[in-house]
Design a protein around this ligand. Structure first.
Ligand code: ADP
Length: 352
């Protein structure tokens, strides 16, 4: 009997909360490993309410801790669908408080946020990370955009996350280390996370990934200003946030809400990036301001925060993202723009 067979046998004594069958037959457990006394696994908590999922996690932890040769247990919770009849959390109160986290090997954690979806936040986060790495920094990217994890596609790397000694191993592509909520579940399947579970999964991914030494860790946050963003802003030692917006008034109203949220929890806003700022016709060179122009720069001025730069609406940028080679990894006009924005951001981060 191998060590992991022994652990599987131990988990046989834990019943599945929905079916009462032994947990190992429920398909909830994957990636079971044991190395140097550290047991690790991924626990699917589909269909379980937050408290039931937490209680299952506690039972699995206790069972493994009692097994011979196990000194430490690391469990990553994931879900592909939410609890069937559960209402969303009624308030911002987190019923499963997550401990604040310290990451001494990471000099700066920078959240890339937006007030609303579809403004190009993930595109900016991934390209900024690559552009910072091209300036000689050691960079990581955590795709915490659980509603639409797109980093695996943007970096052309959709391998499932691997565990070693119970810790997540980031994938490496285009000079950066990346981990995505998108690689914790089957690609192409929608993942629905409830607020507290999502915050807790994100904190685990942050703290249980082998990032090594990093100068900057870029966090691609989900859009908006809900529980997840608030938990992160309060419990992760952020150096600051970068806000992405289109120049449009409506997007800017939401961007202002995001800025207000970070300011309320004393996270400095490092600057604003305007995406889809203008459209240059590739045939005639005509400049069109499809979503307006200069709105983010004006808002930044009004709110007395830095304006880091604007990115045009550009077909090559979308195509590069779809092809898995971010524009910032190329040598063209768009990569130059990302280099300038990354340079402006770097200047605002102390000690690198
Ligand atoms: P968000 O993270 O805000 O939801 P994404 O980064 O996923 O947005 O971008 C949404 C879509 O818009 C993607 O298909 C992306 O390739 C495209 N996109 C983002 N920025 C630009 C841009 N400046 N020019 C062209 N397409 C863009």
């Amino acid at each position: 009997m191998t060590q992991t067979d022994k652990l599987e046998a131990v988990l046989g004594g834990v019943p599945d909360p929905l079916t009462d069958k032994p947990l190992m037959q429920s398909g909830r457990v994957s990636g079971l490993t044991l190395r140097d006394g550290k047991a690790g696994l991924v626990l699917m908590v589909d269909g379980l309410s937050g408290p039931v999922a937490e209680s299952l996690k506690a039972k699995v932890t206790r069972a493994l801790e009692a097994a011979e040769g196990v000194t430490d247990v690391r469990i990553i919770m994931t879900a592909e669908r939410g609890p069937p009849s559960e209402k969303p959390a009624p308030s911002r109160a987190d019923p499963h408080p997550t401990e604040a986290i310290t990451l001494p090997n990471i000099k700066h954690i920078v959240a890339v946020a937006s007030g609303k979806g579809g403004v190009g936040k993930s595109t900016v986060a991934a390209n900024l990370a690559v552009a910072l790495a091209r300036q000689g920094l050691r960079v990581g990217l955590l795709d915490a955009d659980i509603y639409g994890p797109s980093v695996p596609m943007l970096l052309g790397n959709s391998e499932r996350a691997k565990l070693a000694s119970g810790r997540i191993q980031p994938t490496e592509a285009h000079g950066i280390k990346a981990v995505s909520m998108g690689t914790m579940a089957d690609p192409g399947r929608a993942v629905i996370w409830r607020g507290p579970m999502a915050s807790s999964a994100m904190m685990q991914m942050l703290g249980q990934t082998d990032w090594g030494e990093l100068d900057v860790l870029v966090l691609d946050l989900p859009p908006g200003t809900g529980d997840i963003q608030l938990t992160l802003a309060q419990k992760v030692p952020l150096s600051g946030a970068v806000i992405v917006s289109t120049p449009q008034d409506l997007a800017l109203i939401d961007a202002k809400k995001a800025i207000a949220m970070f300011e309320k929890v004393n996270v400095p806003v490092l600057g604003m990036v305007e995406n889809m700022s203008l459209y240059l016709c590739p045939k005639c060179g005509h400049e069109a301001h499809i979503f307006g122009h200069g709105g983010a720069a004006d808002t930044a001025r009004e709110l007395e925060i830095a304006y880091l730069g604007g990115i045009p609406l550009d077909m090559t940028l979308r195509e590069a993202g779809d092809a898995g080679v971010p524009s910032a990894a190329r040598d063209d006009a768009i990569s130059g723009i990302f280099a300038t924005i990354a340079g402006a951001l770097k200047d605002r981060l102390k000690g690198i």
